[in-house]
Design a protein around this ligand. Structure first.
Ligand code: PLP
Length: 418
């Protein structure tokens, strides 16, 4: 009976989420893709244009990735069979790590099953000593941007820090970070600063040059210095003249950079890059690496093909096309009278709608018209700032973009949004 009572509470919670309009489990199941230049998702036999995917370069359908994945899985099987230190470490994993390190100009890289798993491990490992015998000091202050991704928030929760060991700096505000660093001198041996590179809600990015300059100024004030961890899952493979992301755009580097293989790279999995000592230590300390499978060998091969492609003339052309698509979308949206919730030069373009119910109604109308888009609603964004988060791809044609903006403006006019 007691379990039935608990399940009853779960059911009530599900109903509460449904009524508040924030439930996420009613997913659309993609059955297939058609053969358009920007493949449309087939759902219930109908084709849908996708404007809410992180596949920024359209690489998930690229023949190079598919054939690399196929060849690797034919030879090595479909799954790793064990975690890395048992018998699940393949040459293709190590090659990918070396390729990632070279791509980011670092000494080494470590692959995780996802960037979420990477953030949990990187943050926990570099904040807390892993055993009672550990020689790593636990006198650490963690400082995080107030709008960091959920995986960072959970990563900061894991070490169970005291209230005084955590601080939040104002979003994109290096002065706010400086205030905290200044006020905590003498209280901690070291500091870990953590931020997203590109922020996924509005497409803005952290100016790493400013953050780095503040960190460099205060580094000597803490006996073990200040470590900068940056999660640039949306930046890598989408942002910057060669797709190196936020570091390339802002001209400064993280000490540890976390990325995903599942967005711009069109594959799946996550990784961290950094100095050899840090990566060696992460390989010894990351629970999500030691006790959880790595990515499938085929996936590692596909990711490597994606990096090679990004570094080729074809990759440069795709980045250029993406840039043109961003400009075209922004111009067309402005012509139709839409307002953007933030100025973004990233393929994430936030169209400001304002009202939560109208935003949801717009998503529904667009689905009926054959477009997949997502709304970002309060409390993720402030009240009255609900938005449609449009995500562009280099695979979109100009015609796709025009069709999308025309449909969005018709639907928005029907709802008296514009
Ligand atoms: C900023 C950021 N970090 C991490 C992740 C997690 O990436 P993955 O899907 O590889 O776990 C996401 C995905 O949404 C993200 O937006």
């Amino acid at each position: 009976m007691s379990k039935a009572n608990f399940y009853h509470s779960l059911q009530k919670e599900l109903s509460r989420l449904d009524e508040s309009g924030t439930s996420k489990r009613n997913e659309h199941f993609i059955e297939d893709f058609n053969n358009d230049p920007s493949p449309k998702a087939m759902i219930g036999g109908k084709a849908y244009s996708i404007f809410n995917s992180n596949d920024y370069l359209g690489l998930r359908h690229h023949p190079n990735l598919k054939s690399a994945e196929h060849a690797a899985s034919q030879k090595l099987g479909t799954g790793p069979g064990a975690v890395r230190f048992i018998s699940g470490s393949f040459a293709v994993h190590r090659q990918l790590e070396k390729r990632l390190a070279r791509f980011h100009g670092r000494e080494d890289a470590i692959i995780y099953s996802s960037a979420f798993a990477a953030n949990l491990a990187v943050i926990f490992s570099l904040v807390r000593g892993q055993s009672k015998d550990s020689v790593i000091s636990n006198s650490v202050l963690v400082i995080s941007d107030e709008l960091n991704h959920r995986s960072i928030i959970d990563g900061v929760r894991l070490p169970n820090l005291g209230k005084e060991e955590k601080a939040i700096f104002k979003h994109l505000d290096a002065d706010s970070l400086e205030q905290i660093l200044k006020s905590q001198i003498g209280k901690f041996l070291r500091v870990v600063v953590i931020t997203d590179g590109v922020f996924s809600m509005l497409g803005e990015y952290q100016d790493l040059r400013k953050i780095r300059s503040v960190i460099d100024q205060y580094d000597q004030q803490y006996p073990e210095g200040i470590l900068l961890i940056v999660d640039d899952c949306h930046g890598v493979g989408a942002f910057g003249s060669t797709g190196r992301g936020c570091e390339e755009v802002s001209g400064a580097r993280a000490d540890v950079l976390v990325g995903t293989l599942g967005k711009g790279f069109g594959a799946d999995g996550g990784y961290a890059v950094g100095d050899q000592t840090v990566i060696d230590y992460l390989r010894e300390s990351s629970a999500t690496y030691i006790y959880s499978n790595s990515i499938a060998p085929g996936c590692a091969a596909a990711a490597q093909a994606a990096i090679d492609l990004l570094d080729s003339s074809e990759g440069a052309a795709l980045l250029q096309k993406l840039k043109m698509n961003i400009e075209a979308l922004k111009n067309q949206l402005k012509e139709k009278g839409f307002q953007l919730a933030a100025e973004s030069s990233h393929p994430i373009q936030p169209v400001l709608i304002g009202d939560s119910l109208q935003t949801k109604a717009l998503v529904k109308k667009m689905f009926e018209r054959g477009f997949l888009i997502s709304s970002i609603n309060y409390p993720v964004v402030p009240k009255g700032r609900d938005e449609i988060r449009v995500q562009l791809s280099a695979a979109h044609t100009l015609e796709d973009i025009t069709d999308f903006v025309n449909a969005l403006s018709e639907a928005a006019r029907e709802l008296e949004i514009i």
